[in-house]
Design a protein around this ligand. Structure first.
Ligand code: TXA
Ligand code: MG
Length: 349
């Protein structure tokens, strides 16, 4: 299939292009588009054939449900059985934005979209072009991240092109995304609201609005003894081709130890890379050192993570050492992705 690639202004997207994209979605085709978190691979959420196409284009296991994207609050009522008061309060506080909530679905949402579950994940993105696209569609766009299953989520249109060119009807290039990590997912189907995937909206931010929120225990487990509640969180994800190791400890000690390991590897003819920060990048003696930005600026770290992981795949390195990023607000989200990418390989020095 020939993929149409169109550049759009993320705030004032071209009328004609958005019309064409909406038309593709209504016909059951696929359109990749920018959101404020990561690029999404969109299809009509109410059309089971479109959802099947999404799974196929991504190579995604069909038990891994999709998030349904809406543009206004009324649309939520059209696809769920009930809206708990706390969910309504979070919607009030954080929608449109990087928050996904799980509800019991009604009969309009096909099981093909929810991976066979009777619950549905819903998000109202804040990105202007994403919202415009939803309005031009049936009002419901199922959209996982627009990467091939297992690869880092796309934060730039080139990432989408790398993974999906020739597999989708259209890719909308709205430039680099603002946040760079996928939305926070919170589940309302149990007793206490539960975070199934940490993101930009932290537990603390939600607790200020609705009181206690808990974290899925399956997220913390380094082994698979406790299954995460979001089916997608159990899969190996984001891993670069090179072996990635996270190194934790006091800054000087991390730099010294990593430099020692690099010397050892290089003596064996193996090239190494380092994931560092602006403050430390100059201190490492590796062939390639990539900075995530300043350690003081956690939003920059979040925004660069997936791009850095993808860029390493174009380089001939056998191993990558990464600093850890337990930053105040988004640290949980950043470390959740980085730990997955590293297959939980962490060395404390
Ligand atoms: O920021 C985002 O959320 C992006 C953009 C495009 O909106 N989308 C995204 O979708 O990250 P995806 O498919 O890559 O991740 C969705 C996650 C998966 O881990 C999936 O298992 C989980 O949400 N999920 C979806 N529906 C669920 C449900 N009904 N119950 C539990 N987990 C669910
Ligand atoms: Mg994904």
């Amino acid at each position: 299939m020939e993929t149409i690639i169109e550049k759009i202004d993320p705030v004032h997207p071209d009328f004609a292009i958005m019309g064409q994209a909406g038309e593709i979605l209504r016909r059951g085709g696929l359109v990749a588009f920018p959101t404020e978190t990561v690029y999404g691979l969109g299809g009509d959420a109410l059309n089971p054939e479109a959802s099947e196409k999404i799974y196929k284009a991504k190579g995604r296991p069909s038990d891994n449900p999709l998030i349904v994207h809406i543009a206004d609050r009324e649309a939520l009522e059209g696809i769920v059985k009930e809206i708990p008061a706390k969910a309504l309060a979070l919607a009030e506080a954080f929608w449109p934005g990087p928050l996904t909530m799980i509800f019991e679905k009604n009969g309009r949402v096909p099981l093909a979209t929810t991976g066979g579950l009777d619950t549905v994940a819903v998000r109202m993105p804040g990105h202007a072009a994403a919202r415009e696209l939803i309005r031009r569609s049936t009002g419901y766009i199922a959209a996982p991240s627009a990467n091939v299953s297992g690869r880092p989520s796309p934060t730039k249109a080139v990432h989408v092109i790398e993974d999906l060119n020739g597999r989708v009807e259209m890719i909308l290039d709205g430039g680099p995304v603002g946040i760079g990590l996928e939305s926070t997912i919170v589940d309302f189907t149990g007793q206490t609201p539960m975070i199934l995937r940490p993101g930009y909206i932290s537990g603390g931010m939600m607790e200020r609005v609705i009181g206690p929120v808990c974290m899925d225990r399956g997220l913390m487990a380094e082994d698979s003894s406790v299954r995460p509640k979001a089916p997608g969180m159990k899969y190996r994800h984001y891993a670069p081709k090179a072996e990635l190791t996270i190194v934790e400890g006091e800054e000087n000690r991390v730099v010294e130890t990593v430099n020692g390991w690099i010397r050892e590897k290089e003596a064996l003819g193996l090239r190494c890379g380092v994931i560092a920060t602006d403050e430390t990048a100059g201190l490492y003696r590796a062939e390639t050192v990539m900075s995530m930005g300043s350690r003081e600026d956690e939003e920059s770290i979040a925004r660069h993570l997936f791009d850095v992981l993808r860029r390493f795949d174009f380089l001939d390195v056998a191993c990558i050492y990464s600093e850890s990023f337990h930053t105040p607000r988004m640290g949980q989200a950043i470390m959740n992705r980085l730990l997955k990418a590293a297959g939980h390989r962490v060395i404390r020095v």
